[in-house]
Design a protein around this ligand. Structure first.
Ligand SMILES: *[C@@H]1O[C@H](CO)[C@@H](O)[C@H](O)[C@H]1NC(C)=O
Ligand SMILES: *[C@@H]1O[C@H](CO)[C@@H](O)[C@H](O)[C@H]1NC(C)=O
Ligand SMILES: *[C@@H]1O[C@H](CO)[C@@H](O)[C@H](O)[C@H]1NC(C)=O
Ligand SMILES: *[C@@H]1O[C@H](CO)[C@@H](O)[C@H](O)[C@H]1NC(C)=O
Ligand SMILES: *[C@@H]1O[C@H](CO)[C@@H](O)[C@H](O)[C@H]1NC(C)=O
Length: 545
């Protein structure tokens, strides 16, 4: 409670004085790692909290900005002025670089939400902290004074971010799954953590589960790791048994009062076709996934009374679209079981985001969901980089491009990793928005953490994306036309959503190195407009009601 006051105090002062002023520097435990690298440090006695967003009166907007040079959710507020008044008044058009008008047209995609993955590695790291620090970490992601995540992805049994390879049924030939059982990873780590998280979220947590591999005895390569696929064909006992494994998984979590919101049919199904794939995988092609769903998985879930569990296809890289979705969904017997299409972000640099909106246009009754993303995964990348702002920009760019192209939510990979980027039994270390240093009983909120918050806290579940239009002002047009420079105004990315509480939330990403003046016009409610200074290398969220 005291912490809220510390944050709301300056906010109240702002309302009185009208002076935009940052608060984050004194409240986030900033630690400098040289250059422009900053993290916010949490320990057993201190952890920064983000403002609880509550509606303000009409005509006022709130702004939150994070920057390369260490601002984290620096808050300011201001007033709309009437558009006509501004035109006539002191703010001449050439002090503004870009005018962005929130369109009157509503009805873009519904937002399912934002979240991260509770892998075994994430659970191990969270539980390696002191009790007070565990609470701070979970609250940082899930509570109203944190990122307000409402989604979570969990692997069905292990993945590479586990300490060893395991499944829920290691008894060879047990097609009836009589020996199916959750493991200590579920019972002692993930399930207790989920119970704690469920007590923190404002809205019910949407849990998405994905299998990396069937037990080795069901597979052509007799092992969970390495390339391989299910033995046989759709409709046979291997496929029936594998479908029943999903049902058992959902039922076993239900015993612990945890409802599974959604299932992906297979994590990264094309990995299973790579011969010496370094960790758990299982191959499906679009046609074998189509047949498995229509013949086995769809009917198994339906017969078990689990038709309401969202079934998501693909769960793999963007470059497979739209063909993967077209192939699976062309078949009505399959399509009727399918709710959505999952996409991962790896290799996005070879495929433009427009393939997402193209896919959505072709399958308007299915949602698109970004189901996995992380930094540091490529062989040439450093795994954990403390305080790297460019990784925050990579996250924000990807989220923005997804939201602008019909995707309804974005789920990060590991919620927390150690300072090496693990544990990972296959040494496939990567970065995470929260890095845990168990020895010091500290954790570090990376710039990526705040980048996610600029979306997850504002574009809440149940929001609809709203179209907007950017217009470069005449002096910028002149600069561009004369070819004098490539004006940074061209590099702005902006998206807007209308929230269930009727607030309008607008996120602006500036990857350029100069300050820009952005006029934001609310074309939906005739509120008028305001001019915001967009700092160099910044991510900003604006909200008003
Ligand atoms: C936690 O961090 C705060 C702020 O940086 C510091 O004042 C405090 O001494 C730290 N507590 C511990 C137990 O390290
Ligand atoms: C599953 O695990 C629980 C808890 O360890 C144990 O009591 C139960 O007997 C196991 N069931 C099966 C079918 O192995
Ligand atoms: C599940 O919820 C019910 C009703 O709220 C409660 O009685 C039961 O103890 C819970 N079970 C577990 C395993 O938490
Ligand atoms: C599939 O369903 C669509 C829409 O309901 C229908 O127009 C089409 O004829 C169906 N195709 C087949 C092959 O049944
Ligand atoms: C975004 O950041 C870049 C690089 O720092 C800068 O050149 C550009 O002006 C900025 N653009 C906006 C719209 O803020």
């Amino acid at each position: 409670m005291k912490r809220h006051l510390r944050i709301l105090g300056p906010l109240l002062l702002l309302f009185l004085s009208g002076q935009p002023k940052g608060y984050a520097e004194e409240s986030c435990g900033l630690r400098h790692f040289g250059g422009d690298s900053y993290v916010c440090v949490c320990n057993s006695t201190f952890c920064d909290e983000l403002p609880i967003i509550t509606p303000v009166r009409a005509g006022i907007y709130l702004a939150f900005q994070s920057t390369l040079n260490g601002h984290r959710f620096a808050v300011s507020e201001g007033s709309f002025t009437s558009w006509e008044g501004e035109k006539a008044g002191k703010e001449s058009a050439d002090e503004v670089d870009v005018t962005y008008t929130v369109g009157p047209a509503a009805g873009q995609q519904l937002i399912l939400g934002f979240g991260g993955a509770l892998t075994d590695a994430a659970a191990i790291n969270i539980l390696s902290l002191s009790q007070a620090n565990q609470r701070s970490l979970l609250s940082s992601y899930f509570s109203p004074s944190g990122l307000e995540y409402n989604m979570m992805r969990i692997p069905m049994a292990g993945c590479d971010f586990s300490t060893h390879i395991y499944s829920y049924d290691e008894v060879e030939g047990d097609f009836e799954l009589q020996h199916f059982n959750l493991t200590s990873e579920d019972l002692n780590m993930k399930i207790p953590l989920i119970h704690r998280i469920q007590r923190m979220t404002k809205t019910p947590l949407k849990i998405l589960a994905s299998p990396w591999s069937a037990p080795g005895w069901m597979k052509t390569n007799k092992a969970m790791s390495g390339g391989g696929k299910l033995i046989g064909q759709a409709g046979d006992r291997y496929h029936k048994s594998w479908a029943q494994y999903f049902v058992k998984f959902v039922q076993h979590y239900q015993v612990h009062n945890i409802s599974i919101w959604g299932l992906t049919a297979q994590n990264e199904p094309i990995d299973g076709f790579i011969p010496l794939f370094p960790f758990q995988s299982m191959g499906f092609s679009p046609t074998s996934q189509r047949d498995f769903i229509s013949t086995d998985l769809g009917p198994a879930l339906s017969n078990a009374g689990l038709r309401k569990v969202k079934l998501i296809i693909m769960d793999d890289q963007r470059f497979l679209l739209p063909k993967w979705a077209d192939t699976v969904l062309a078949d009505n017997a399959t399509s009727r079981y399918v709710d959505g299409i999952g996409v991962h972000w790896y290799f996005n640099y070879i495929t433009p985001a427009s393939v997402l909106s193209k896919t959505r246009q072709r399958h308007p009754d299915k949602f698109l969901l970004s189901t996995e993303a992380c930094e540091g995964s490529m062989p040439w990348q450093t795994k954990v980089v403390l305080g790297d702002w460019s990784r925050a920009e990579a996250y924000a760019t990807d989220i923005m491009e997804n939201l602008l192209n019909g995707v309804g939510g974005w789920i990060d990979w590991n919620l927390a990793l150690d300072t090496q980027g693990g544990p990972n039994w296959a040494s496939n270390f990567v970065d995470s928005p929260i890095i845990v240093n168990a020895k010091a009983d500290e954790f570090y909120k990376q710039p990526m953490f705040y980048a996610l918050g600029h979306f997850s806290k504002f574009i809440s579940a149940g929001s609809y994306m709203v179209q907007g239009e950017s217009v470069l002002t005449p002096h910028v047009m002149t600069i561009l036309t004369l070819g004098l420079a490539s004006h940074p105004a061209k590099s702005l990315l902006i998206c807007t959503a209308e929230r269930p509480d009727k607030g309008l939330a607008l996120v602006v990403l500036n990857k350029s190195s100069t300050t820009l003046h952005l006029r934001i016009v609310d074309g939906r409610r005739v509120r008028g407009s305001f001019v915001a200074q967009i700092a160099p290398r910044s991510i900003s969220s604006f909200i008003w009601w």
